[in-house]
Design a binder for this molecule. Structure first.
Ligand code: ZN
Length: 186
């Protein structure tokens, strides 16, 4: 693959589209497997990235992925369920809290978004197998943020106290520290 897919930034129409579902029969095709590989590569290139939705590399399909470090650093557990195809939230806690949030496509903005503290998702994995998976705190936040991407919604649509951090480096450090702080409370 000659070039890494750049991460699309706010203002690109693809971020505002309702993404198309993936035909389950098509998941094992070279095209979809390439999309997954491109997404992984793009996410790995972002030091502070915890998850990525397909529209963020310009592909309007209902797929998001999670970085393995979310599991490794947060829980000490083996990474599980990193690929979510045609995901749906099937249950979310009524209890909500304000979570600090940023987005690889809305740099360098941060804000506070009210999200359900727990969420359960149904999706297909990279082999086309259906699964359900529940998470709280950071994982629940990721589920809600990424599925919003698939519906053309960005966190800035919902955020309060939006703040533009002066430097990208500072943004990265803050995101990382915030991630670590949140993981400590798990
Ligand atoms: Zn995002």
């Amino acid at each position: 693959m000659p070039h890494m897919k750049p991460i699309v930034q706010k203002g690109e129409p693809v971020l505002r589209n309702i993404a198309e579902p993936v035909d389950p029969e098509h998941i094992s095709s070279p095209e979809i497997q390439q999309v997954l590989a491109d997404m992984r590569e793009a996410l790995e290139s972002q030091e502070d990235g915890v998850a990525l939705a397909a529209p963020q590399i310009g592909i309007s399909l209902r797929i998001f992925i999670i970085a393995p470090k979310v599991f490794e650093e947060g829980t000490g557990k083996e990474p599980e369920h990193l690929v979510y195809i045609n995901p749906e939230v099937i249950k979310r806690s009524r209890k909500k809290s304000e979570m600090t949030e940023g987005c690889l496509s809305v740099r360098p903005w941060y804000g506070a978004v009210v999200r359900s503290e727990k969420a359960r998702v149904r999706a297909l994995d990279e082999h086309g197998n259906r699964f359900e998976y529940g998470g709280s705190d950071l994982l629940a936040q990721i589920f809600q943020h990424e599925i919003d991407h698939l519906d053309g919604i960005l966190f800035i649509d919902k955020a309060t106290h939006l703040e533009e951090l002066p430097q990208e480096k500072e943004a990265r450090d803050t995101a990382k520290k915030d991630l670590q702080d949140r993981m400590k409370t798990n």
